[in-house]
Design a binder for this molecule. Sequence first.
Ligand code: 28F
Length: 635
Amino acid sequence: MSEYSASNIQVLEGLEAVRKRPGMYIGSTGIRGLHHMVWEIVDNSIDEAMAGFANEVKITITIDGCVIVEDDGRGIPVSLHPKTGKSTVETVLTVLHAGGKFDSDSYKVSGGLHGVGASVVNALSDELEVWVSRDGELNYLKFNNGGIPNGKMEVIGPANNSGTKIKFHPDYSIMDKNEFDFNVIADRMRQTAYLNKGLKLIVEDQRINSKKEFNFEGGIVEYVAELNNGKNIIGDDIIYAEGKIPGDDGEIIVEVAMQYNDGYQSNVVSYVNNIATIEGGTHEQGFQDSLTRIFNNYAGENKMFKNEKEKLSRNDVQEGLTAIISIKHIDPIFEGQTKGKLGNKDTRMATNKVISEALERFLMENPIQAKNIVLKTLLAQRARFAAQTAREATRRKTVFDIGSLPGKLSDCSSKNAEDTEIYIVEGDSAGGSAKLGRDREIQAILPLRGKVINSEKARIDKVFANAEIGAMITAFGTGVGDDFNINKLRYHKIVIMTDADVDGSHIRTLLLTFFYRYLRPLVEYGFVYIAQPPLYKITNGKNSEYVYTEEEKNDYINSLEDDSKLQIQRYKGLGEMDPDQLWETTMNPEQRKMLQVHIDDLASADLTFSILMGDDVAPRREFINENAKYAEIDV
Ligand code: 28F
């Protein structure tokens, strides 16, 4: 054991803090936290690419469950660090937040608020190796047991190019035993490739011998084309704007790509330094300011308004709009509930200017497309007025006016939203079992009789006029759209409890789409859950067991010595279960398993929802299995 100097001890204490409270650094020790470890390392490579020194990043999942990330950047400096007398590599990998913003003229994904740095990954790995190719030499260092260096960094051979490679194995004495998910990593790398045109990202999974490469010369223009894939677009071209505007801390780089489709949803996704800002912020505001002003001017000049006083609203000009706003900012300020909102004041005008100039030019040069686009926004305006009336119908007079609650709601007696739950149940038979089996103090039941409308495809006034939708909005109490107020929510758990068959998953998808489209804060606050009823009841002689997945069923059967008296009952619908079985297996807070629904990334969530709403069933089933697998389990 080499002599530990003061800085060593301080380093170890830092990494020890991470091992004690990993959730503070990577969010959770669940599967999302596991993937955060990958993002932390990858973000350093992306920073190197954004600085203009790396063109290719490769991620490999190895058979023994390690992840390797390598880039062809300059290679982390190996010279001894002035402050600690250690190699910069060792500092970046052992000192918390060491890889952060050193120079104030680079756009960093890592190291800032969103990046906790590679040292956190080291702390949560039982083994981590780093190779740095630089100045013709290949340098190597290995760490074990949460970041303890195994000797000093040393040259192990020549190097004919430059770059950094890091291989790590999570410490499963701290992380929950989950496996890396190839699709999750590939989806994220696809998005990153769109945001960094010309950057090549390769993801390889050696466990299943699968490999994907992403490299989009068209950048976010190709991203918009992908998001609009399969939709009827309005006009032919994707409108693209880019510009550099002086900001408070240096130049702000603005890039926007946008295109309308004939749908009713708006899918505007914004990023700052490649970080998704799911709560929007000043860049989105500037974008909306510009669109609203320019389309109102255009409609006015071309006498397209029925009634001059009725201007197009922000929402009108975003109906059917797919847009990616990607800005680079030296010193981004993140605000909001999940730090997903950009606060920099200088960015609103910067974004507005860049888009206004490009949009005005586009409308001038493409009169046919201009007319069709503005006509669409006028149609949206008309639907908005129609929806206003439909919405009145769903707005409850007062919270205490029980009479206005939908007839089929069996409410719970507690009025304390933090403690109460509402089960959205498919059909009356399941509704009946749920009503009888539930805890009436805290559990309300809302059976859905008819089909929930497909809110991806239907126009807003049709959505609110749908009886099932109206019943939910009324029962939740929050209002909807402009009236939405999260503080009026009457239950802090909204549990989707549908059958475990294809119909059930379709209804669940329709509900998730509706929540995502019209009641998004419910998902962002983590109020939406998916109940997990058992798939089978296995009886072997006198004892019986409920199992929730095929895997559990097989494991249980294999574990039996004597399976002579084995009986297996498959639960097709919740209605087949008698009330106390449903309570025991699915509703009792003490022993149920529920999936909490997260929105990890709106763009891919949006793309996913359009896959789910598409006609082809295969991607839908894959998504449900995918989502069910890696959503956090809430016991
Ligand atoms: C597999 C993960 O971590 N790549 C990285 C670099 C390059 C530099 C750097 C990183 C500046 C002084 C803090 C090289 N030459 N891939 C990676 N590539 N960090 S991380 O510098 C570290 C910061 O210490 C780099 C000149 N300037 C910067």
